[in-house]
Ligand binder design. Structure first.
Ligand code: HEM
Length: 504
């Protein structure tokens, strides 16, 4: 009995001690949160929801809503100015729209991508997804090595050589739209553009013929499932803990697995071809294999890195361009005078010929303006973020180091102080003689971590749009919304459903 009492007394003492330690830890954390608040509180920002969580409840609410997260960032930028503060527990994030600070941070290799978001993108519900691929790599050396190896696959000489594929794939799309016109059916432009951009990236990046215009494939659906899954995974911290979401999570993981296993298969086929001394294209796949190639035996991590980049290019190289094309058609259909002007340019430059050359692309100046203006209002990859460990002064406000800076091309593109009547679609803002926007327009990001595929994407978009404008008249089927769906990347919610007719 006495042994039992001794044990009981020890247990209760141990528990009391543990509670005491927890209390100390909690109080220390409170002091730390207070310290963080005091350090940054002179910076303007919306009122915090509460002391501990800062703005987290509001941010979680916005992220779960159906709208565009960056609309709230825009509203706050209008109210609080070119740098404002958001508190998430003891973390502090600045939303920055000052052109000078944008230039300073984004143009420099010194500031890594922010660890919260980009580390999260490493996996999807615990299963490796983007890993340490080009978009998500945080370590400068690791990123730089990959980028240097990939660069030649995006050189202007190499891209000029892709014009044949851009033309051929766009031609298949035109045939499909022609069939739709003949049947007087409705054309779902976003899904049509998704097939063409996926067809192009599979062919030019990986040497694989998906021929989505004629065959069905599981990839478009898998990409859509992964993108939607990524959004909830990054934005809703509690999602994975709810048992009712288990089935959905399994579906997302299966889609991610399909992309990675396809990558493994295509990489192995290419490696075998290389081993057999076959003549293989110097495409992105060859460069992906090179980026992991070393003198020593390849490790499991090297193999995984190749798959990371496969998934990165498969996704980055496809849906942002498809979304841009769909927004572009939506805006042209809403602005008949702009549509007529751009059609006239296409007629003047291309006439009735089928094969568009890279020189022709250079001559389609107004079409370039239209595509740029589309990305101003609808930057399909709307933002990026960096960790900034050093103090800075932004528009006279001292910002202590240690926070994360969010840069949103959606916000700056829609701020009246940078673009007059920002919601008016006006391609003349990008007229060659107009003043260039100063660090307030960056749909492809800026500096060393800017989009590697920018020229690729815009060449592809121009070929597709030029052929569409050359061959078809299109109008929006009435009753559609012009809303944006935010799944991390932005797309038109309606899918842009059009009636199409052959041009006379
Ligand atoms: C309209 C189309 C596109 C838009 C708006 C776009 C936009 C962007 C943006 C904003 C980033 C920076 C992302 C971040 O900081 O998190 C980025 C990075 C990247 N994009 Fe694109 N992109 C487009 C098309 C493409 C295409 C077609 C490819 C490939 C064929 C591509 C490949 C990449 C890669 C590899 C990176 C990472 C670059 C690095 O960090 O070194 N993108 N893109």
């Amino acid at each position: 009995m006495s042994v039992f009492l001794v044990l009981l007394s020890w247990t209760s003492q141990a528990l009391t001690f543990l509670l005491f330690l927890l209390l100390i830890a909690f109080l220390s954390y409170c002091v730390y949160v207070q310290h963080c608040h005091m350090k940054y509180d002179h910076i303007p920002g919306p009122p915090r929801d509460n002391f501990f969580l800062g703005h987290s409840p509001t941010l979680l609410r916005i992220m779960k809503n159906d709208g565009v997260v960056h609309d709230t960032f825009l509203e706050w930028a209008e109210r609080y100015g070119s740098v404002y503060r958001l508190n998430i527990l003891h973390y502090v994030t600045m939303v920055v729209s000052s052109p000078e600070a944008t230039k300073e941070v984004m143009m420099s290799p010194k500031y890594p991508k922010d660890k919260f978001v980009y580390k999260k993108l490493f996996s999807l519900f615990g299963q490796r997804f983007f890993g340490n691929g080009l978009v998500t790599a945080q370590d400068h050396e690791q990123w730089y090595k990959q980028r240097r190896i990939m660069d030649p696959a995006f050189s202007s000489t190499y891209l000029r050589g892709l014009m044949g594929t851009f033309n051929e794939r766009a031609e298949k799309l035109m045939n499909k739209i022609g069939d739709i016109a003949d049947r007087n059916a409705e054309a779902k432009m976003l899904s049509l553009f998704n097939s063409v951009t996926l067809d192009v990236i599979a062919k030019v990046a990986f040497g694989v013929d998906l021929d989505l215009e004629n065959k069905s494939s599981p990839f478009p659906k898998a990409i859509e499932i992964c993108m939607k899954g990524l959004t909830v995974y990054v934005r809703d911290v509690l999602f994975a803990w709810k048992p009712s979401n288990r089935q959905y999570i399994n579906e997302v993981k299966k889609a991610g697995q399909l992309l990675r296993s396809t990558g493994a298969q295509w990489i192995n086929d290419r490696k075998a071809a290389l081993r057999n001394g076959e003549d293989v294209p110097k495409d992105i796949l060859t460069h992906i294999i090179k980026s992991a190639d070393k003198e020593e035996v390849m490790t499991e991590e090297d193999e995984q890195l190749m798959l990371d980049n496969f998934v990165t290019f498969f996704i980055a190289g496809q849906e942002t361009t498809a979304n841009q094309l769909a927004f572009c058609v939506m805006e042209l259909a809403r602005h008949p005078e702009i549509l007529e002007k751009v059609k006239k340019e296409v007629d003047d430059v291309i006439g009735v010929k089928q094969e568009i050359s890279s020189d022709n692309l250079g001559e389609l100046i107004y079409l370039s303006q239209v595509l740029k203006e589309t990305l101003r209002i609808y930057p399909t990859a709307p933002g990026t973020s960096r960790d900034v460990p050093v103090d800075m002064v932004i528009d006279g406000i001292h910002v202590p180091g240690g926070g994360t800076y969010v840069f949103s091309s959606y916000v700056t593109g829609r701020l009246e102080k940078f673009f007059k009547d920002p919601l008016t679609f006006d391609p003349d803002r990008f007229h060659p003689d107009a003043a260039k926007p100063y660090y307030c327009y960056y749909p492809f990001a800026l500096g060393p971590r800017s989009c590697l595929g920018q020229n690729f994407a815009q060449m592809e978009a121009k070929v597709v749009m030029a052929k569409l404008l050359q061959r078809f008249d299109f109008t929006l089927v009435p009753g559609q919304s012009f809303d944006i769906q935010d799944t991390g990347t932005l797309r038109p919610k309606s899918g842009v459903v059009c009636s199409v007719k052959h041009r006379k």
